[in-house]
Design a protein. Structure first.
Length: 251
């Protein structure tokens, strides 16, 4: 049975939740199934988690769907993932729009074929004015790429005389990163028992609470999500302050 959270705990849901959805291939392998079936099962979980986050008051959900390094996987698997992504956009975007979800896709996207790029653009435009859950899909994304593209944009501003190098502050740099208009993730969940962030949102995760679970992504469900929320609700987020200072600030 799914754990019910108290009103106090529910109030401490993360505003911005990030998830590294890991373990689809291993889930399939354990069942002697093709890896592609693992990805299809993982997609079913995405639908459930998006729904639960929207109902729980989470403002933004960022899912790491395909990293820049994933292009190194077998071509057959990559092609299947691209087809699955395209078909998912075609099949789900109207429902997302009806549920007031704003969809955004972040990443380089340069290696995507034209039909997929067209549907990404179409989906983002359709949901751009929605005011509910902000659903961010990170594809062909890496944290290092994100930082580099921000540095290049700022270097260009310096080159043409719009900025001086000494004008570049931490706050200014952050404005050139993807998701600069969203609060940094409060909680990162990684499934499948891996204990690393794998080049995901490197800048943005500076003070994020990290939750790791042995559960493979196709087995992740609402109960597992609530376990992560309970973990988050019990964390003291100090951001460099001491506990005593936080108590004084909140008094």
């Amino acid at each position: 049975m799914t754990q019910t959270l108290s009103a106090t705990t529910a109030a401490k849901h993360p505003r911005h939740l990030a998830i590294i959805m890991d373990g689809n291939g291993r889930w399939a392998k354990k069942r002697h199934l093709p890896r592609m079936l693992g990805h299809q099962e993982g997609l079913k979980v995405v639908r459930k988690i998006v729904k639960t986050c929207g109902e729980s008051g989470v403002e933004a959900l960022t899912l790491f769907a395909f990293s820049s390094e994933n292009w190194q996987r077998p071509p057959q698997e990559v092609n299947h993932l691209m087809t699955l992504f395209l078909n998912t956009l075609k099949g789900e975007i109207e429902k997302l729009n009806q549920n007031n979800v704003q969809l955004r896709v972040v990443g380089s996207l340069k290696r995507f074929k034209e039909p997929l790029c067209e549907w990404i653009e179409k989906s983002q435009q359709l949901t751009a004015k929605n005011t509910g859950l902000k659903l961010v899909i990170a594809v062909d994304y890496s944290g290092q790429w994100d930082i580099i593209q921000a540095a290049q944009a700022l270097a260009q501003q310096v080159k043409i005389g719009m900025l001086q190098s000494e004008d570049i502050t931490q706050d200014l740099f952050a404005r050139y990163l993807n998701l600069s208009d969203l609060p940094p993730p409060d909680l990162l969940i990684r499934t499948s028992g891996e204990y690393r962030i794998s080049n995901f949102l490197l800048w943005q995760l500076a003070y994020t609470e990290l939750y790791f679970t042995e559960t493979l992504w196709p087995d992740f469900n609402e109960e597992e999500l609530h376990k992560a929320f309970l973990f988050y609700s019990q964390r003291e987020r100090r951001f460099g302050y001491t506990s005593e200072q936080l108590s004084e600030r909140n008094a």
